[in-house]
Structures are given as C-alpha cells and as structure tokens.
Write a protein that binds this ligand. Structure first.
Ligand SMILES: [Zn+2]
Ligand SMILES: [Zn+2]
Length: 184
C-alpha cells in the first residue's frame, strides 16, 4: 500500500507543530485559537482546510497533542517512538478512509468532521509513523545547538544532520570558529 502522500507535508506539519513552542525561550506561536487555523492553513495541498474557526478548547487540545508529538522525538528507540505513535493513532481516530477527491482513489486517515486537534493528530501521527517505518528512529533529531531544542526529521542521505535549521547550523559554525580562534 502506498502511504507516500504522508511522507512529506504531514511530516513537516508534525515538525512545525512541535516547534511552535520554543521550549528553551518559552516563545509560543499558538497563542490564541485563530493561530491553530492559521497553522493548518499554512500547510499545502490535501492538508490545508480554510474556514476553520477553532475555539479555546481546540487550542488546548492542539497544545496537548504537541506535547505528545515531542515525546516521539524524545523516545530514543524505534520501539519507544512506535509506542507513542500507536497511542496517538488510536486516540486521534486515525482510521483509513477511501478518498476520491484526487486523480485516483487513495487513503486518508484524518477526518474533517473531527476537531482540529484530532484532524491534526491523525495527519501528524501518520506522517511520523511513515517516517519511522521508512527511516527508523535514527532520522528523528533534536537540534544540537546549545540554545535550541527544536526537532527535525533528517532526510539527508547519510543521516548527518545535527541542527533543526540552516540558521542553527550557521550560528553553531560561527560559535565553533570563534572558540577555535580563542583557543588558537
Ligand atoms: Zn488526498
Ligand atoms: Zn535549532
């Protein structure tokens, strides 16, 4: 069965959702319910759902989902990550449904009839599950920068990625260079 449509944007949605809270600085990107709608709308393709009007309860549920998604990255092993993901898939109501909205019938695991948190939960849990199946836990990373704990899924060929973003790589390279100059 082909789940490849869950391997790109849903993985990005999972990573972006976890990183919407900066756990080092405490900076919160999801401050009000409308931020949840903006978050969903900022993602492409099948996953964008304009017109949603989340409420306070949805905001709290999405933040709770975010904590559980971070546990996948904290899990350290395939088995640990799988246990968190299996819990999420069950709790978020991720069940296969045949969709005919595209060029050919294909499966979706989230339902628009669900709440925003369950909708996002089913998509992101599916995305991370596909990433785990395809690449193993080695692909799941937390930024090595001393000032950042954002997560990432490493799609580089040799699993060499250390940082969440080019911004962190550059900052760490500059810091390492300065440290060498001081030492030298
Ligand atoms: Zn679709
Ligand atoms: Zn980082």
């Amino acid at each position: 069965m082909d789940f490849s449509h869950y391997s790109d944007e849903p993985v990005r949605m999972a990573v972006d959702l976890v990183n919407s809270l900066d756990v080092v600085s405490g900076e919160e990107a999801l401050q009000v319910p409308a931020d949840v709608a903006a978050f969903i709308d900022s993602h492409d393709g099948d996953w964008c759902r304009p017109g949603w009007e989340p409420e306070d309860r949805d905001l709290h549920e999405v933040r709770a989902l975010r904590s559980r998604l971070r546990q996948v990255f904290d899990a350290e092993t395939d088995a640990g990550a799988a246990a968190v993901l299996n819990g999420l898939l069950a709790d978020m109501g991720a069940v296969p449904r045949v969709s005919v909205h595209g060029a050919a019938p294909h499966l979706h695991f989230e339902s628009e009839a669900d709440s925003p948190a369950r909708y996002l939960g089913a998509i992101t849990a599916m995305g991370l599950s596909v990433a785990l199946i395809e690449g193993g836990f080695d692909r799941f990373g937390i930024c090595h920068s001393s000032t950042c704990e954002d997560v990432f899924v490493d799609v580089s060929r040799n699993h060499s990625r250390l940082h969440c973003s080019d911004k962190c790589t550059t900052r760490e390279n500059v810091a390492a260079h300065r440290a060498r100059l001081r030492a030298g």
